[in-house]
Design a protein around this ligand. Sequence first.
Ligand code: GLU
Length: 502
Amino acid sequence: MRKCSPLSYSAFFLRWCPLPNKIRVRIAPSPTGTLHVGTARTALYNYLYAQRTKGTFILRLEDTDEERSREEYTQDILDGLHWLGIHWEEGPDIGGPYPPYRQTEKINHYMTIAQQLIDAGKAYWAYETPEELAALKEEQRLANQAVRYDNRGRNQTPEQIAAYKAEGRKPSLRFIIDDNQKVTWHDEIRGEITFSASELGGDMIIVKSNGVAIYNFAVVVDDIDMEITHVIRGEDHISNTAKQILLYQALGQTHPIFAHVPLMQDIDRHKLSKRVHGEAVHVDSYRKNGYMPEAIVNYLAQMSWTPSDGRELFSLSEAGEMFDLNKLSKSAAVFDVQRLNWFNGHYIRSLPLSVVADRARAFLDQDQLKEFSTAQLEEIVGSVREGLTTLSEIKAATNFYFAQNLQIPQDVRDGVLGNPNAKKVLDKALENLGRMPWGDHKGCKAVIDAIGKEISIKGKELYWPIRAALSAKTHGPDLGTMLSVLGEEQVRSRLESAMNLC
Ligand code: GLU
């Protein structure tokens, strides 16, 4: 029997070795902003890992920042993840069936755990005012020293404490970090990581003076309570991990396996941020701009991971069958919208037409849509989807279908309708409208070809006048589809109007 290492559930071992415990992973966004593509990517890797290992994917809202957390951000995060198809098995779902996992519901619980640290002599109440702490920082900066808490609260005498209390000062709870130790862990993506505890900024606040637990403490309590086995998150949290490991040790707990995913950068290698990139980091802006969730998911997943068979295009469920955490790349992931567009074009062309047509509705004029059946809409979308990068282009690509008074631009009039054969073609087409099998695009095109033979005109000279009459352009969707979707009445009136311009 092969030996299974709990630290490395590679694809091979997963197939052959029973898992000792069910894997539980989570995404823990703070609702202090809308869903960032980086958070979506981290959520995706967690989700895929849970899928691959038949584990559980959990959503938890880290909402203890009462000033910056907003309900509308929570909704945006939940909606964005749902839109991408990243569904959680446990977590908050407004109006949904899942239990709410929000840190604000556990404020008292964090305090109970904090009390255990106080009782064990591992944490103390420190009474410095924000002004005193700011002055300490300034002093260190002027002396060119690393900015850190100097652990002065460890030496407060009972008399000083009594005086601070009498002054009405509100203390913060600090966790004791012994500088003379190293924190080392095996990171699933980055290998061994070591920190000297002296780099961690001194005794750290774990409960603020208003009684609210801070992230580094609450996250440890939550990950223990929820029996999280793997913490997969952005590499901006690496130094937090060192602090968190010390907290696990102080609480007598083994820490989960950590995997720090490289952050995303733009093509100029700048970190993707809301401040610099605005709406380009907001998942919902992609939905609004006509991106397919399948394309986003595929693009984000393959940024730092390639399936073992090397394929580039895959669905969320295929990725869930193949995903291998150990194969995630350590290098920064570059977000290149051109490349995302390539994925998007692929999915617009290859998803079932009924799905694409249904999604296209939101990008078309709602009143005009009423005049077309679902089958006609599918024909319209099907006739242009080859040329689309995003669904937001669909209105411009299809507007001629809906136009009441089509205006043919001067260059098309001169170049196409000015040709002496154009009048002949349009005339003959009008004469033969009765032969058209409306609704059958191949049949309609066949009638045009037959007419061409009868008048000995073919190719551009045959097709372009009709195209110009129907769409005001010489290039575009299949001619038979245009005829068949527009129908007899519209085709007649458009051919007649074009005749008048010949
Ligand atoms: N709330 C943290 C964030 O959004 C969570 C980090 C973690 O996964 O521990 O970055």
